[in-house]
Design a binder for this molecule. Sequence first.
Ligand SMILES: Cc1ncc(COP(=O)(O)O)c(C=O)c1O
Length: 455
Amino acid sequence: MAMNDIAAENLKYVLFPWSKQKGLNPIPVVKAEGLYFWDADGKRYADFASQLVCVNAGHQHPKIVAAIKEQAEKLCYAAPSFATEVRGRLAHMISEVTPGDLNKTYFTSGGAESVEYAIKIAKMVTGRPKIIARHRSYHGATSGAISLTGEWRRAYNEPGMPGTLHAYPPYCYRCTFGQEPSSCKRECVSAIEEMIQYENPDFIAAIIVESVTGPTAGLYVPPDDYMPKLRALCDKYGIMLIGDEVMAGWGRTGKWFAMDHWNVVPDILTTAKGLTNSMVPMGAVVVSNKIADHMEDHTLWSGSTYSGHALAAAAGIAAINVYRDEKLIENSAKLGAVLLKELEKMKAKHVSIGEVRGKGLFAMIELVKNRKTREALMPWKEGPYDPNSGMSKIKKVLNDGGIYAFVRPNNICIAPPLVINEAQLLEGLAVIDKAIDIADQMVEQAAKGSGAAAD
Ligand SMILES: Cc1ncc(COP(=O)(O)O)c(C=O)c1O
């Protein structure tokens, strides 16, 4: 099918997410392999976003494709009340790679559903009604998950889930409490404790956090003592800690799970995406022994047709084997260090870069109009963006240079599949470097307009 025909049929019959439908221009994808995907005209893109930060083992990994095919021949589906070899095996493997005593899994169909289950389980086990989430977060688009989400898209779902509270996050580049790293006393943690007291600790079931927050909310890594402090706070008040690792899990940050960086074991871990390398939809809610024990004598008041789907389970087993056998988590840690070093070099060169940050192959370039005021390069705006806007031009330079990456009004995220090698990484970064010249021009124009110096 020709490029335009694919796009036209999609635009006529499919509702696209998070967008006004008019003016969209989707790339028709016809083939993919490893780091790359191709459009219907044969143009190749290096996928510096791993699609939605989810094909961690690379596109069309042959071992995962083979496992899905093999399972399809044997058994595609059995209802969740049955036991299957692949579901049990995958849950066993998950218990081996997740932190601490997270040993029992409920399977879902994706990230948002995992979050829904996590909050239901936390409420069922504690008997408490409220959940604390954070601003600058994303937890999914279903009603409960978007209620927890801490950014402007939540507003379109409101009034959302009752009992949802939002605390301020450790977004150190723009600290809510006016601190710099040198003066910080983790006011963001103390503020959560204050919130707990005002809201009555006996009514709070859980605190849910992205362990490393994803790009839509800014991609930021908490200071090293943040998660241990949050764990201690939860323990003090008998509140459950839910680690949302839908995006940050499966080697993305250079460890199996981002919580491993701080040796913190949440009570519940939510995940999806990299679990099956996104080759079949699947999510997971992994619970501690304490919760599993509770469930021995208490009914899990929930269920879903596709839980533990056999094709997805086969993909999950194969994906975990690939992460382990091909040392992709080690590669993420190694190349993540290279990536950050290169981004620091870019920052030294480009006046529009306010900060670069990240962990493993999960990094962010934050663009500003002015480094002193840290004013964002462009305000947040509903897409599709004006094709003449600076960010659209940046996107075009990337696409023309064969790079696909998340480009948002004030940031560029870099999250390639963990199979990338150093030469491919540097090649892609060279294109990004060139594209940021456009952001520098925007800064210079803004400075001219205001008569202020750009730096
Ligand atoms: C941290 C986090 N939680 C939940 C979700 C929702 O996952 P899904 O899109 O599979 O529903 C996402 C998706 O990006 C995510 O990044």
